[in-house]
Design a protein around this ligand. Structure first.
Ligand code: ADP
Ligand code: MG
Length: 464
């Protein structure tokens, strides 16, 4: 196997079908093959932190091993390591109980394939894979694209702040990162760019408060020329972080620094955003990205296969573009799977094969999960009665289960807050919002709690 990244992509494509979507996203999306010991046939899989490493090793080793083994029958063992691609380094090595000499990972510089592909620039946090040249422009994103291009020309002047919103998988992150990369390319070291997500920002603030290092935050976020914050919606309701972001925003704005923000919805629809931050966002340029039309979807597919250097029949590309309409990430997912069948399994992709692939994918995606499935799983997990969750019981023991149920109804089914409030104890929508925010916060702060939620989710997806 020459190309580990391609291999891993194919493996992930398989795993995605075997593991529930939330688990896949939480645990495996950020995994990668970081090394292979060719002599011993050990593959090193990198996870972003210790917790993820332990979790993946304990829960998914068997299926990862089997899947990987199908592709690479010479495989003897897998080692799980912490690999922080932002720092491009092994943060900690193989779990300490297993220190066989031969299985120690090589230093990254000796890795048998180019790590360049994975390199996220630690200074800017930008991933070089996202560029304008790989960004297809069509009617669904042309306004956002034009604004981004204008910003590259006149940083901090015309469109400031720049607020992009749109649904999942429609290219917000790609556009934001491409803008950052383009600025880096054009201005080199004269302009400093920093990309982050609002979740990371919140984590930083929480950390800084706990360690009394607020000055660090100020230094990190206020000394840049271009600050890019992805998925700002997660900052809503996190008071201290919002406050800190508001001040950061003002400092940058007053100094004519460029601020670029994305969100899954417009500022007016982020329920817990403070008014002053909302009006700041609304004072700049707002552009949305909507669903791509057929021509654009086809263009994206063509672009991707060119990038990957593979050939697929036009007819097949057209079929994919016809069938997958709402999400570019999904479009890529199907394409990956098709490429995998063609390149690794050496199967001929005709219409029938494509149908098979598509139905495999939709089966996993559309497990029909109901409100009841979720409430039942939560009740089961906490060992309380379903009725206690949905009635107005004040018993302390049902407070957490009830909040978790509200959180999951939103997270998995995307129910509206009023609907959730109605279902759970005929409560006001603000109760549902509060529950959602609280549980999100706890998941962010507390690894053990996160694990609990993941276990409940697993039950929900397994039983339905
Ligand atoms: P979002 O941040 O809106 O959820 P992403 O930016 O992560 O979406 O996009 C999902 C995937 O689709 C990425 O792999 C991205 O490269 C790709 N993509 C999105 N928009 C385009 C586009 N216009 N041209 C090419 N690829 C795109
Ligand atoms: Mg994104």
């Amino acid at each position: 196997m020459e190309n580990y990244q391609e291999l891993w992509k194919a493996v992930l494509g398989e795993l995605e079908l075997q593991i529930s979507r939330p688990n896949f996203l939480t645990w495996l999306k950020q995994s990668q093959i970081v090394d292979k010991n060719e002599k011993e046939n050990v593959i090193f899989i990198g996870l972003p932190n210790n917790f993820a490493r332990e979790w993946v090793k304990n829960k998914y080793h068997k299926i990862i091993f089997n899947t990987l083994h199908n592709f690479d029958p010479s495989l003897k063992a897998i080692e799980y390591v912490v690999f922080n691609s932002e720092k491009n380094s092994f943060a900690s090595l193989v779990s300490s109980e297993k220190k066989s000499k031969t299985a120690t990972p090589l230093s990254p510089s000796k890795a048998p394939f180019s790590l360049l592909d994975l390199k996220i620039d630690p200074k800017t946090n930008l991933n070089p894979r996202y560029t304008f040249s790989s960004f297809v422009v069509g009617s669904s994103n042309e306004l956002a694209y034009a604004a981004a291009m204008a910003i590259v020309k006149e940083i901090g002047q015309k469109y400031n702040p720049f607020f992009v919103y749109g649904g999942v998988g429609l290219g917000k992150t790609h556009l934001l990162q491409a803008t950052g990369n383009e600025i880096k390319k054009n201005y080199q070291n004269k302009v400093s760019v920093f990309y982050t997500t609002s979740e990371k920002f919140v984590n930083d603030v929480v950390w800084a408060i706990r360690n009394k290092q607020m000055d660090d935050i100020k230094k990190k976020y206020r000394n840049v020329d271009v600050l890019i914050i992805d998925d700002i919606q997660f900052i809503g309701g996190k008071e201290r972080s919002e406050e800190e972001f508001f001040h950061t925003f003002n400092v940058l704005y007053e100094n004519n620094k460029q601020i670029i923000i994305s969100s899954d919805r417009p500022p007016s629809a982020i329920p817990t955003l403070t008014e002053r931050l909302r009006s700041r966002f609304e004072g700049g340029m707002i552009a949305d990205i909507t669903y791509p039309d057929y021509e654009m979807r086809l263009a994206i597919l063509k672009n991707k296969i060119q990038e990957r250097g593979v050939f697929l029949e036009e007819k097949i590309l057209e079929q994919i573009a016809l069938k997958i309409q709402k999400n570019i990430r999904e479009l890529e997912g199907v394409l990956n799977k098709v490429i995998f069948y063609q390149e690794y399994k050496k199967e001929r992709i005709d219409n029938q094969k494509l149908e098979e692939i598509l139905s495999e994918i939709s089966e996993t995606a559309s497990k029909n999960i109901t409100i009841n499935d979720i409430i039942k799983a939560v009740a089961n997990f906490y060992d309380v009665a379903v009725n206690e969750i949905i009635e107005r019981s004040r018993r302390q023991a049902v407070v957490e289960p009830r909040q978790v149920a509200m959180y999951l109804l939103r997270d998995i089914l995307n129910l509206s807050y009023p609907h959730i409030g109605e279902k759970i104890g005929k409560r006001d929508h603000t109760t549902a919002i509060h529950a959602y925010e609280k549980i999100s916060r706890d998941i962010n702060r507390n690894a053990a709690f996160n694990q609990k939620i993941m276990m409940i989710k697993e039950k929900i997806f397994k039983n339905s």
